[in-house]
Every structure is written in C-alpha cells, then in structure tokens.
Write a protein that binds this ligand. Structure first.
Ligand code: ADP
Ligand code: ZN
Length: 723
C-alpha cells in the first residue's frame, strides 16, 4: 500500500507548504487543521493539498501528528489566503497565520464547571456556607465562579462544600459567544431617500453573488441604518455577516446601536480580545454559531462557515492598511474576498477613497446616495481662519475668533471640540541658549514633550527620557523652549482661557484601556464635559449630541508631507472632524485655522463642495499616473549600517528587470531616514494599471541579491505611507 502524502501550510514565515506522510487510517481532506512536527517543535497547520510521492525522499518525510477537532478551512478561504499572499508578496504562511490567529489556543474550549446541590449535609455551618446553600436552594446549576460571585463568597468556600459532598460538579454547556440577532427586532422608519437605498441594498443581498456597493452619504445621513438592512436580509437568509470597522476599540456606541436594531450585541473580533474570548469566538465562527461579527481588519481572515455579506464601514480610513507583517489593505482585500466567495460587499463612507470614488463613477461599484442628514439638520457651516491675518497671540494657538466661538458655545451650554492631530505637549523642545534640539538617538525624529507623563518620547520607536535639568550641550539651566503645540499644550491654553470649563483631553497615549476610553466617550456624549481636546481618536464615528462647535487648530498639518494621498487624507480627516458638529442640536459650526485658505482642500470644505475636491484630485492623479490610474509599490531596504543599506538598495535597483511598463525610482533616503537605529532607503515602482506589478516584483526579487546580516527588505504593494 502506498503512503499518502499531503502538503501542509504552517503559519510561519514560509511561502511553501511542506509534505508530510498521512499515518495509515488517518482520514484527511484539504482544509483540515492538523498538528505537524516542524524542526524541533510541533505546529498547527492546514492541509493545503495532495502531495506527490517522490522516490527517495519518502522516508525522510515526517508523519502528521494528528487532526484537530475544528471544522476544516473552506476552499474559498484557502484560495483567499493564496491570493493575498500572491498579491502582497507576503509569505503564504504569514497570511495563514492571520487565519489561525489563535495559534496554540486552538482545540476544544475549556470545560465550564458548574455546581449544584447534591444533598449531603455539610459537617459544619458557616455564614458563607449558608449564603451558598441559600443561593443554590433552587436546585439549579450555576458556573462555579458565578455562584461564588453571586453568593459573595470565595471559590474556596464552594470547593469545601464540594469536598464534603454537599455540592456536586457538572460540566455546563459553553456559553454562546453571541446570541442570535433578530433581523426584525426594531426597524426604523426610513426617510424616502433612506428607504430607496434600503430597498436596493436588501435586493442586492437577496440576489446574492458578487457585487460591490458604495453607500455614500454625509455623516449622520443614516448609512449605518441602511447597511443594517443588508445585514438583516443576510440574517434572514441564515448566512454570516462581517462588519469591518477601522477602529474597533472605539465602537461601544456601535455595539449598542446594533443591539437596538437586532436585539443583541454582535460578536467582536479585534486584537484586544482576551486569548480565551478569541479562541471561543474563532471556534464559534468556524462552527457557524456566530451570525454577525464586528471586527477590525484581521476579521477578514476568520474561518467563516457561510459568509454571505461583508460591510466595510468608513472604507476610506487609513487604519485599514496593515503596515507590518503582511502589508495588505483590508478594504481592497474585502472586495477580493467577496469576489472569491461570490457575495456582496458594501462600502460606506461620507468621503470615499479616491479609488472607490473612481470605481463608483465608472459604474464598477453601485452607488447608493443619501443626500441629507437624518432629521433635516444642516451640515455644519465651515469657515476658515486665516492664520496669516487673524492668528492667535504669540506662543498661543487658538485664534481670537475661535476663542469667541468657544465662549459662545459655553454660554449656550453646548460642547466644543478642539481638534489637533498631535499627541503630547510640543513636537519639539530646544535650548534657547545654544539651539540644541532634542532628537531621538535611534530615529531621525524629534522627541515629543509629553508633560502629563513627564517625558520626552520618540513617536517612532518609543524611546523615552525625562527632560534633563540642564541642556546636555551647553549646560544652560532653565533654557528649554517648547516649539509648536500638542493636545496637552492646547489644554493648558484652554485652561487659561476658560478656567471654569470642564475639559477632557483625548489622545491615544493617555488612554489606559479600551474600557476606560469607552467610558470617557460615553461621558462626553452625555454632556459631562464642555470642551473636548482631541487627536484623530475623536474624529471617528462618535455621536456627541451636544457638540455644535469644532475648531481645527492646524488644518494644514499633513498637507505638506509629500505623500500622494496628502490632500485626500486631509480632506477626509477634516471633513470627518467638522462633521462631529451639530449632529443633533441643529446648526453646527466648524473653523479651520489655516495658512492657506485658498488650498483646494480648504476651499472644498468651506464651500461644502465635495465633488469639486474629487474632480480636482482625480484629475491630478490621472495626470500623474498615481493610483487608481496607475500602480505603485514601494520597497524599503533597511539595515544597521548606512552604507550597507544604501549599497544593497543600489544593487537591488540595478537588478530590476527591464520592462517598458515598470519604472523603478530611487533608491532614495526615506523621509524617515532612520528608525530604531536602522537606516532606510526607499525604491518606488510605478506601472500602468493593467500591469501585473506583483508578478514583476516576484520575478525581480527571485533574482535579486539576497539580504544578509542586518539587512531587511520590505515590499509594500499599494503603499499608503510614504515615510
Ligand atoms: P451615518 O452612518 O451616515 O453617520 P447613522 O446611521 O449613524 O448615519 O445615523 C445618524 C443618526 O441618525 C443615528 O443616531 C441614527 O440612529 C439616526 N437615524 C438615522 N436614520 C434614522 C431613521 N430613519 N429613524 C430614526 N433614526 C435615524
Ligand atoms: Zn526613536
């Protein structure tokens, strides 16, 4: 009898699946999750396909150790893993790793131990024991830890009663990860425009098959309510839905809204889940016990049994791009996955990415338009404050006109948001005596003053040091000057201007935990603060009913970094931030403090003329051959020695295959030339849209010189960051 051989892909940095022998009697099919020996360890892997017996090699192959008791990964998911790896040039094992995210936690869930009354009288009675017996007197079983909690005793008390035979233990069925949602729990009364969109989206889901739909509408127009209709239809059809969110940690409000619509909260998937919840959720998704998952980008790689719909909320958000490990864009990959699975994908945004806007204009994506805010509230009125003419006093950052508007908001009992996308107190600290600037020893970056934490911090590598007493260069004392504002410095200015206002500073570095952040956002929504000072953390998706005024402290920040998407990003971010104003209480007001009120981004925001912005941006991308009219890939070469990194980058460029369609630019020193002590050089490859850039790169890298020593090469297809 011949031994069967299968190829097993293991979630490590390997592109190749390895051959293993299948022990006699073991039944295995592609997609089965197995344990295999790898080097000196055992790994969980997935049967990727049949292997081919090769004479001679046969006896060197190792045996599969065993099969895990989890549902096999579907063909569709394995094809998706292959596709993503092929496109991004990531190792297939690393893509698979995102699917097997729970790694060693795989396997049957731990038993839940329950207790109930058994009958025997306890040898002696105590107050604590009485409480337990009173609680369990109804004869019902309860989880051990819950029984202890409810009775207000330690688990030890319960263990004692078990030992004496007063209580008995039993295995409880596992608690479901999420209760089944009810598609018809509470449907809203739609406006005519919403109704039209809702009808269309339900029909799209009912029709099934691949399609891409853009729900395009200003913030507050009911995009979420409308895509809930798609989810409802998919629930009715008994299929699983995935709702992707850019920043899942901030979505407490969303979970509650979901519960308001469907009666229960959805299951969640993101990096902050405990390992146990993660394992349980994974298993439940794979078993088809979860109907709706709300998740961050990694949820795309979950092993759904019957995925029927993908929603990508805030589809334009840069957080969808993963910048380490496998460089992938979750929005783009969501469209790919929907295509592989032949299901609808729905993108929602008030400011679609230029890519999506072009797809909608060309009819590749269907556009559902929601023209106005629900309830007829006006969009905020936006004005520029020209910093060249009416800027703040020296050393201050709030212009008089903005300060006045804040004052008025306070008098009316309304909230104001001051937006500054910069953490810390000041982005630069220098010595007034000698001009010394504090910079990171590992990176090509200034140290940011974080006064709340009493530290100078590098935002690229995390290096931190206390601010010294004296200048390390000239030894002058008390000579330091903070240059430029961060949110903490703004808070200081606000405290001076509005001493009685209740102020909240929201910035990711000040957030202790997701729960804490959720509470703080809840406090703001309930009006417990008058002025909110925040980074982009506050820009996303929150609904603050009392907020009517938004002031953008530095609207130009981010426009000047040489990134092809700088204008788009700035437009989206500012649009979203000022869109926080006036969501409920009527007319909102937004101020943009800028040095260039004539910039197309500012003009479009002020005129509320979104199309003008897209027209201009699309035309300029087309002229420059930038995405989506052309393709880009970037290669970063980094290394511990500058000359080594540079000469390797040059050799790499020299090895690029000649092709009329591919232009290789560089190497050039990356804008962030040093990070964590590594010198960085960047190559940019540009091609027409129809060109298979991934394939070109694969061919190139296969024949390129190998990295040695500290050298590292990172490929980023469709780069979003150009630092
Ligand atoms: P978007 O996703 O476009 O920002 P939302 O769906 O969040 O808009 O809607 C904004 C607010 O208006 C939410 O509080 C939502 O519950 C409410 N809303 C929207 N449409 C309706 C409706 N037809 N009936 C009741 N409330 C609605
Ligand atoms: Zn650093």
């Amino acid at each position: 009898m011949t031994t069967r051989i299968v190829n097993v892909l293991v979630p490590v940095a390997l592109d190749q699946a390895y051959s293993y022998r299948v022990p006699a009697g073991q039944e295995l099919a592609p997609g089965d999750v197995v344990t295999v020996p790898l080097g000196a360890t055992e790994r969980t892997g997935v049967v990727w396909g049949e292997g081919h017996p090769r004479p001679g090699l046969h006896n060197k192959l190792k045996d599969i150790i065993g099969k895990l008791d989890v549902p096999p990964l579907k063909d569709e998911l394995r094809r998706f893993v292959d596709w993503v790896a092929g496109y991004t040039l990531g190792a297939r094992g690393m893509v698979l790793r995102m699917t097997l995210r729970m790694g060693e936690h795989l396997g049957p869930a731990r038993d839940r131990v329950g207790v109930r009354l058994a009958g025997a009288k306890p040898e002696r009675m105590t107050k604590a024991r009485e409480k337990v017996l009173a609680l369990l007197a109804d004869g019902m079983a309860r989880a051990k830890s819950e029984a202890a909690d409810e009775a207000g005793v330690s688990v030890g008390v319960i263990d004692g009663l078990i030992d004496e035979g007063t209580l008995e233990t039993l295995v409880l069925p596992p608690e479901p990860v999420a209760q089944p949602p009810n598609a018809d729990f509470h449907s809203p009364d739609f406006t005519p425009a919403q109704n039209e969109a809702a009808r269309a989206i339900r029909a799209t889901v009912a029709a099934g098959g691949f399609s891409a739909t853009l729900i395009d509408g200003v913030t507050g127009s009911g995009k979420t309510e409308v895509y809930f209709e798609a989810v409802a239809e998919n629930i009715r059809r008994g299929r699983q839905s995935l709702i992707l969110m850019p920043e899942i940690a901030l979505t407490a409000q969303f979970l509650d809204r979901f519960a308001g619509r469907f009666g229960v909260r959805p299951a969640e998937w993101h990096s902050q889940l405990s390992p146990r919840t993660r394992a349980r959720t994974w298993a439940a998704v794979a078993a088809g016990d979860v109907s709706v998952i709300v998740g961050a980008r990694s949820a795309l790689f979950q092993p759904y049994t019957d995925l029927g719909l993908i929603i990508v909320d805030e589809e334009h958000d840069p957080a969808y791009k993963q910048e380490d490990g496998v460089h992938y864009h979750a929005r783009d990959m969501a469209v790919v996955r929907a295509h592989e699975a032949r299901i609808p994908v729905v993108l929602a945004s008030a400011t679609p990415s230029v890519e999506t806007e072009v797809n909608a204009r060309r009819g590749r994506y269907k556009r559902l338009h929601l023209p106005e805010r629900f309830g007829g509230q006006y969009l905020p009125v936006i004005e520029a404050i020209d910093l060249r003419r009416e800027g703040p006093p020296r050393g201050k950052f709030i212009a008089p006109r903005l300060a006045e508007a804040v004052q008025t908001a306070l008098e009316r009992g309304e909230q104001a948001l001051l937006f500054l996308n910069r953490r810390g107190y000041a982005p630069l600290t220098l010595c007034r005596a000698c001009g010394h600037r504090f910079s990171c020893p590992n990176c090509d970056a200034w140290l940011v003053d974080h006064r709340f934490k009493r530290r100078l911090v590098c935002h690229h590598c995390g290096f931190a040091m206390p601010l010294p007493e004296k200048c390390p260069k000239c030894e002058a004392a008390e000579s330091f000057a903070a240059v430029g504002p961060g949110v903490e410095r703004l808070a200081e200015e606000v405290a001076g201007l509005f001493p009685d206002a209740r102020v909240m500073v929201l910035s990711s570095d000040l957030v202790e935990s997701v729960e804490r952040l959720r509470e703080e956002l809840g406090d703001i929504a309930e009006g417990r603060f008058d002025i909110v000072i925040g980074t982009q953390l506050v820009a996303k998706g929150h609904h603050f009913p009392k907020l009517n005024l938004v002031g953008v402290i530095d609207a130009d920040l981010g426009l000047s970094n040489g990134d092809p998407r700088a204008a788009e990003r700035t437009f989206q971010l500012l649009h979203q931030v000022v869109g926080r104003a006036g969501r409920e209480a009527g007319r909102g007001l937004g101020f943009l403090q800028t040095h260039q009120p004539e910039h197309p981004v500012m003009k479009a925001l002020i005129a509320a003329d979104r199309d003008a912005f897209y027209d201009a941006e699309i035309a300029s991308r087309e002229a420059a051959g930038y995405p989506p009219f052309g393709r880009l890939a970037s290669i970063i070469v980094s290394g511990g020695e500058k000359h080594e990194a540079e000469s390797f980058a040059r050799k790499l460029a020299a090895a690029a295959p000649l092709d009329d369609d591919a232009r290789v630019l560089g190497p050039a020193e990356a804008p962030l030339a040093v990070v964590r002590g590594r010198y960085r050089f960047r190559l940019l490859v540009k091609s027409p849209r129809a060109f298979d850039l991934s394939n070109y790169l694969r061919g190139w890298l296969a024949h390129a010189p190998r990295t040695r020593g500290t050298l590292k090469l990172e490929v980023d297809i469709d780069p979003q960051s150009f630092l």
